[in-house]
Design a protein around this ligand. Structure first.
Ligand SMILES: *[C@@H]1O[C@H](CO)[C@@H](O)[C@H](O)[C@H]1NC(C)=O
Ligand SMILES: *[C@@H]1O[C@H](CO)[C@@H](O)[C@H](O)[C@H]1NC(C)=O
Ligand SMILES: *[C@@H]1O[C@H](CO)[C@@H](O)[C@H](O)[C@H]1NC(C)=O
Length: 237
């Protein structure tokens, strides 16, 4: 396979830690190790920083465009803050900064594909938290669940409502059902012997239509391992 570089740009002297596309694929948000956030426009053959600002005190571990309100960008950092930015203003306006809820860094976000008002944060403090985003200026933390390891990555199931796959560092992988009333672990997977770091659902429309079970790919850090497996307990849904 030959890959062609479309464009590349040195956007900072700091490390780039996370990247997310906006919904029309015309811009990228990038979290940087010096606490900055960058929004980069993707032109046909070049990248252009449209804005870069000091967003956090420490490393920005994750950033995420709201899928239903595309002018909102969320950021999470090693400084324990969960922040939101309104990109319609320049410089970007801070919508809120939550300093109190997370006891350690904020590692990842996931928005419910069937309910844009439900946003999850995953934290190094081992909690998955569920946020009600209806009051955008003051999000409400509805509930939380301890997954026994830093919640480094989360992915919603593409078609089964309210099912989330989480990579939980020292505690393997978890499949969590995050319903309106509560959040419960349906399944855990601990066959990796190193830090659980990455996870995603297979997107396979044909299999889903055929009623075939879901497939997951997970990867771990030091042992450089990828595993592909089928959850046992999803068929109960
Ligand atoms: C994506 O980013 C581009 C460039 O910044 C912007 O013009 C566009 O409106 C954004 N898309 C959405 C859906 O907000
Ligand atoms: C599936 O659910 C059952 C019943 O709650 C539980 O005992 C079992 O450990 C679960 N399977 C996995 C792989 O976690
Ligand atoms: C699941 O997929 C396999 C292989 O693609 C297929 O043979 C089988 O019929 C499918 N099962 C169901 C229940 O559709």
């Amino acid at each position: 396979i030959a890959f062609t570089d479309v464009c590349a740009e040195d956007i900072s002297s700091s490390m780039c830690l996370y990247v997310d596309w906006n919904q029309t694929a015309e811009s990228l948000s990038v979290g940087l190790s010096d606490g900055s956030l960058s929004v980069v426009s993707v032109r046909e053959d070049r990248l252009e920083i449209s804005e870069q600002w000091a967003a956090h005190q420490f490393e920005v571990w994750t950033c995420y465009f709201d899928r239903t309100r595309p002018h909102l960008l969320y950021s999470g950092s090693d400084d324990c803050c969960f922040s939101s930015w309104d990109l319609r203003e320049s410089p970007s306006n801070i919508v809120f900064q939550n300093k109190k809820s997370h006891n350690m860094g904020v590692c990842c976000f996931a928005q419910n594909p069937f309910d844009g008002n439900m946003l999850l944060t995953g934290s190094y403090d081992e909690f998955l938290r569920v946020w009600d985003m209806r009051l955008m200026a003051k999000p409400v933390n509805e509930k939380s669940i301890n997954l026994g390891g830093g919640v480094w990555r989360m992915k919603y199931h593409p078609s089964i409502a309210d099912v989330v796959l989480a990579a939980c560092m020292h505690n393997g992988f978890a499949i969590v059902k995050v319903g309106s009333g509560d959040a419960t672990v349906m399944e855990t997977y601990c066959k990796h012997e190193s830090l659980a770091y990455g996870a995603d659902w297979q997107k396979n429309e044909e299999a889903e239509q055929n009623g075939n079970s879901s497939v997951v790919a997970t990867c771990s850090f030091y042992d450089r391992l990828i595993r592909v497996w089928q959850p046992e307990n999803l068929s109960e849904l």
